[in-house]
Design a protein around this ligand. Structure first.
Ligand SMILES: Cc1cc2nc3c(=O)[nH]c(=O)nc-3n(C[C@H](O)[C@H](O)[C@H](O)COP(=O)(O)OP(=O)(O)OC[C@H]3O[C@@H](n4cnc5c(N)ncnc54)[C@H](O)[C@@H]3O)c2cc1C
Length: 554
């Protein structure tokens, strides 16, 4: 291994040691009777949150150490990322070392590596490569290059031309985008082959979804990037817990794009704390159906959707918590626009139900619209309970199955969005000439040291996010995914805020103008750390908690 990579690996190991020690410290402070107590863990939220991000950064560093082996450019990209990541961890620990229970001196031997690779000179050298190589080579097999090309072309030809209009007018996603995506097989990527899709049950499925989502999000987060995420969430829940008849009934129509999907978990009073949801599903007297009552919110695409994956309480005893929840596939008519209202035939014995939705106006992520939806005695056949009677009380676990993948897809969405922002920032910086002193008078923004360092760091972060997502996709295929998926989601979505911010900043005033897509990238990026598990909740309740539990077990 070249000397600078040995130094990089040693510096990463030192950070990993800090994480291990801090996790043991946190676990000891948060345990009760040999188990992690959430109440106790909550007394250390500030440390737990930072620890979760720091541990995620270390995972990313390890992935980039492998990536570095591909060549000199890859090594430079990796080293730039690793040096920044270590510096970030250090700032989280500084003056909180006692709370972490660590000695910051552990990081001291890595200082020369970090200094060398955060130096303006090194970053400028890396920046020299950007006009030709962008964020760096991707290194996936030819198969995936084909997937990438297909979805990239679709994003370029079908998504980008309408993205601006949809955003500025808060319009619906044009039907020909949906039809076109169906035509290239987008909706079938996660559906098993025996049910009309392309998934064959291996690494290929997970990576294929990530690559496709990344490219669609490069086109637009609102118009393209999220279209295939929802079908995947429902597909995975049905594959895991549905009856054979349910699989036959829904999966082929999801794969073909005939059924658009909405996901309804969040409620006005319960977002992060899903186990508490109040929407009820009560069986009718003859047991042939369930009546749904309650309010769901933030249900993206619920208007256009033909089916809604609904998490509802089937056990009226609220003390049952998440064990009282079941998952339903609710059929409805598809509706365009920003509101809908449907009534079931009041003439029949079991009719008279209502469903009403209104889109919540948002600063970005426009096109699919996210709705608040009220159910009033809406009748759903018992055959639509995922798993039928065997699925009673399993809804929470089934939706988690879908959401683990949703998190990986959200990281892929962040990578695609960052890539778009990076390209916009780089192009603008090369074209825009600004005043300066000496040789730099009237030179492009890109020629200045600060811009170069910025773009080099952006490129490194994007490539790290991409490689980290691929790595997690492979691990998910092996069933090792829950913790890594949460880590990659939390880390890469935060990164997208900084990258889109800097891309906007490189545009100066024009970055704030709606006519430049970079302003859209900036507002779109903000949602990534909120949905599919708010950053804080994900870090505290999932990442830090699991790490602490693992530390107790060791
Ligand atoms: C554009 C958009 C689209 C969405 N699409 C969907 C969808 O299709 N389907 C769906 O079901 N949901 C969807 N959501 C909902 C999303 O998943 C929730 O907004 C998210 O889970 C957070 O829940 P909340 O909004 O209730 O926030 P809250 O739970 O009220 O959280 C508020 C703040 O408190 C923090 N917080 C919460 N608990 C803790 C704690 N224990 N300790 C410390 N901090 C805490 C959170 O991190 C957050 O910062 C969408 C949201 C948005 C904005």
């Amino acid at each position: 291994m070249p000397e600078h990579l040995t130094a990089a690996a040693a510096a990463v190991d030192a950070v990993a040691d800090i994480i291990t020690t801090a996790t043991q410290h946190l676990a000891a402070a948060s345990s009760e009777g040999g188990r992690i107590s959430v109440e106790k863990l909550d007394q250390h939220q500030v440390v737990a949150y930072d620890l979760a991000h720091a541990a995620s950064a270390v995972e990313g560093c390890r992935v980039m150490l492998d990536y570095a082996g591909h060549g000199e450019l890859e090594s430079m990209v990796a080293r730039a990322f690793i040096a920044d990541a270590i510096a970030d961890v250090a700032t989280r620990v500084i003056a909180r070392d006692e709370l972490w229970g660590v000695d910051l001196a552990t990081l001291a031997p890595g200082r020369p590596f970090v200094a060398a690779h955060r130096s303006p000179g090194f970053l400028e050298e890396l920046a020299e490569q950007l006009p030709r190589h962008g964020t760096g080579p991707i290194h996936l097999s030819d198969d995936f290059d084909l997937v990438r090309e297909t979805f990239h072309r679709f994003a370029e030809e079908k998504v980008r031309p309408v993205a601006e209009h949809v955003h500025r007018t808060n319009a619906d996603i044009p039907e020909d985008v949906i039809a076109g995506l169906a035509e290239i097989g987008g909706f079938g990527l996660s559906v098993p082959q025996e049910y009309g899709g392309f998934a064959s049950g291996g690494e290929h499925d997970y990576l294929g979804m990530v690559v496709a989502t990344e490219e669609l999000s490069w086109g637009s987060l609102g118009v393209g990037g999220s279209l295939i995420t929802r079908p995947e969430i429902l597909t995975r829940a049905i594959v895991k817990g549905g009856t054979e008849e349910q699989k036959q009934r829904w999966l082929p129509r999801i794969a073909s794009g005939e059924l658009m999907v909405g996901v309804m978990v969040t409620e006005p009073d319960y977002g992060s704390d899903v186990a508490g949801i109040k929407t009820t599903a009560t069986p009718t007297d003859d047991g042939s159906a369930y009546r749904i009552n309650g309010v769901k919110t933030w249900a993206t695409f619920a208007g256009r959707a033909d089916v809604l994956m609904l998490l509802a309480r089937t056990d009226p005893d609220r003390k049952a918590g998440h064990r009282g929840l079941s998952l339903f596939v609710v059929e409805k008519e598809s509706a365009a626009g920003h509101s809908f209202a449907f009534t079931q035939d009041a003439g029949t014995q079991d009719g008279g139900g209502k469903i009403e939705g209104r889109a919540i106006d948002t600063i970005g992520y426009r096109g699919m619209h996210s709705y608040e939806v009220a159910f009033d005695d809406w009748l759903v056949p018992a055959a639509n309970l995922v798993g039928e009677d065997g699925g009673l009380g399993k809804g929470f676990y089934l939706q988690m199955e879908g959401f683990e993948n949703g998190r990986l897809q959200t990281a892929a969405r962040a990578v695609g969005l960052m890539q778009a922002a990076f390209e916009a920032g780089l192009t603008y910086a090369q074209e825009r000439k600004v005043g300066g002193a000496g040789d730099l008078v009237g030179k492009p923004v890109f020629d200045y040291q600060l811009s170069r360092a910025k773009l080099a760091r952006m490129a490194a972060l994007i490539q790290a996010g991409r490689q980290f997502s691929y790595n997690v996709a492979r691990r998910m295929a092996k069933g090792e995914g829950a913790l890594p998926a949460a880590m990659v989601k939390a880390y890469v979505c935060r990164a997208a805020e900084w990258v889109t911010r800097e891309a906007m900043q490189l545009h100066g005033g024009m970055g704030y103008a709606e006519e430049f897509p970079v302003s859209r990238y900036f507002v779109d990026a903000r949602v990534l750390s909120i949905f599919e598990g708010a950053d804080e909740t994900l870090c505290l309740r999932l990442i830090a908690r699991r790490l602490a539990e693992q530390a107790l077990e060791e």
